[in-house]
Structure formats: structure tokens, C-alpha cells
Design a protein around this ligand. Structure first.
Ligand SMILES: CC(C)(COP(=O)(O)OP(=O)(O)OC[C@H]1O[C@@H](n2cnc3c(N)ncnc32)[C@H](O)[C@@H]1OP(=O)(O)O)[C@@H](O)C(=O)NCCC(=O)NCCS
Length: 182
């Protein structure tokens, strides 16, 4: 899928939100690794991500060509500073109305409105792709993310008390949330 939007951040700077493509592979991989180092709320540890820049480029290219998936990148001062994406939850008829959502922004750029804009962009794309429901999982202690999702209309439908096992803090409760798009 394709997407393009410019927004003004809370600090007055301009940000471009657009679908990532093959040429963004290396920059997106760097942001992926850095965001996963900066927080304990994401699924993987940096060394568990074994993608190469070439594989990331291929992933982004496939998303651009896809009719029901997208990886949107946020660019500030010509630098990729955050990503958010949607993808099909499953390919079988009984599940193909469901999409999964994920997002991360570099810590230096938190609180400027990028998370909100990226989430709204993904919701727009999920509707355009015809999904009935957008779904996510979030660590219960991740206050910024939980309040962002609630603000954008996601509702909680379950909790897994030992959803994640963090090397730092032990078990983390994970909340499952969904947004009804119909
Ligand atoms: C969650 C995340 C994407 C938010 O991005 P952001 O660019 O800071 O988001 P915004 O500036 O648009 O703020 C979004 C909302 O989050 C909430 N929020 C932001 N910081 C907060 C904080 N410190 N405490 C509580 N709520 C907070 C507010 O509701 C805010 O909306 P408002 O400004 O209209 O009040 C970002 O913190 C992040 O990338 N975290 C690390 C990765 C991550 O946790 N991803 C989600 C995994 S499920």
C-alpha cells in the first residue's frame, strides 16, 4: 500500500509520513534496532532480530506492493525516526478480516505527536484495505502506548498476566486490544 502525508509536530518541525520502500531498508533496520534497545516494552531483544538491510528492503518493497499491508515511516530532518505498520493477521477466510498493528518511535522524538499521527495513518490504511478489525498487544505498564491506543478508540479485550518474560523486570502483563473498523 502507499501513503503520503506531511504534519507539523508539537515542536514546530515538519514530519513526512510515507510508506517505506526498498531504499529505506538500512535506515528502517537501524531504527528498529535502536527502538528495541531503548525500551523494554517491545517483543524482541536486539540480538533476536537477524534481518539484514537487504531483507528489510525486501520486506518494505513487498509491503509497498501489497494490497493489505503497509509499513509507514516517519521522517524528520531527512532522518527516519519512527515506524508503524499493519499486516494481515491470517490468510484463511475466517481470519482475513483481522489486521495486526505495531508502532515504535525513537525516544528522542516521543511526545511530539508522531505516535498519534502514525497510528491514525495506519487506521486509515486498515480501513482502506477493507479490514473489519485492527488488533494489537501492549505491555500493561507501557502507559504512553496504552493511553495512545485508548485515545484512538482501541478497547481492551483480554489480559495475559505472564504475556512477556522480561530479562529486566520478569513477567510483564500484556493487554490485548482491538479497534472495530466497521
Ligand atoms: C508509544 C509511542 C509510540 C508513543 O509515541 P509518541 O510519538 O510519543 O506519541 P504522541 O506524542 O503522539 O503521544 C500520544 C499519546 O500518548 C500518551 N502519552 C504520551 N506520553 C505519555 C506519558 N509519558 N504518559 C502517559 N501517556 C503518555 C498521550 O495520551 C498522548 O496523547 P496526547 O498528546 O494527545 O495527550 C512511543 O512512546 C514509543 O515508540 N514507545 C516505544 C515503543 C512502544 O512501546 N511501542 C508500542 C508497543 S505496543
Amino acid at each position: 500500500m502507499k501513503f503520503y502525508q506531511t504534519i507539523t509536530l508539537k515542536n514546530g518541525k515538519e514530519a513526512i509520513l510515507r510508506n517505506g520502500d526498498a531504499a529505506d531498508g538500512e535506515a528502517v533496520l537501524e531504527v528498529f534496532i535502536k527502538t528495541h534497545e531503548e525500551t523494554d516494552y517491545l517483543l524482541t531483544y536486539p540480538e533476536e532480530n537477524t534481518s539484514t538491510p537487504e531483507e528489510e528492503a525486501e520486506f518494505l518493497s513487498e509491503k509497498t506492493e501489497s494490497e493489505n499491508g503497509i509499513e509507514i515511516i516517519a521522517i524528520v530532518d531527512e532522518k527516519v525516526v519512527g515506524t508503524a505498520g499493519i499486516g494481515a493477521h491470517g490468510t484463511k477466510y475466517k481470519e482475513k478480516h483481522r489486521a495486526d498493528f505495531g508502532i515504535s518511535v525513537l525516544k528522542e522524538y516521543w511526545g511530539l505527536g508522531l505516535g498519534t499521527a502514525l497510528t491514525r495513518a495506519c487506521i486509515e490504511c486498515a480501513r482502506e484495505a477493507g479490514y473489519a478489525q485492527l488488533e494489537l498487544s501492549v505491555v500493561a505498564d507501557n502507559e504512553a502506548a496504552v493511553s495512545l491506543y485508548r485515545k484512538e478508540g482501541f478497547v481492551e479485550y483480554g489480559r495475559n498476566p505472564k504475556g512477556f518474560n522480561s530479562r529486566i523486570s520478569g513477567y510483564q502483563e500484556v493487554i490485548d486490544m482491538l479497534l472495530d473498523l466497521e
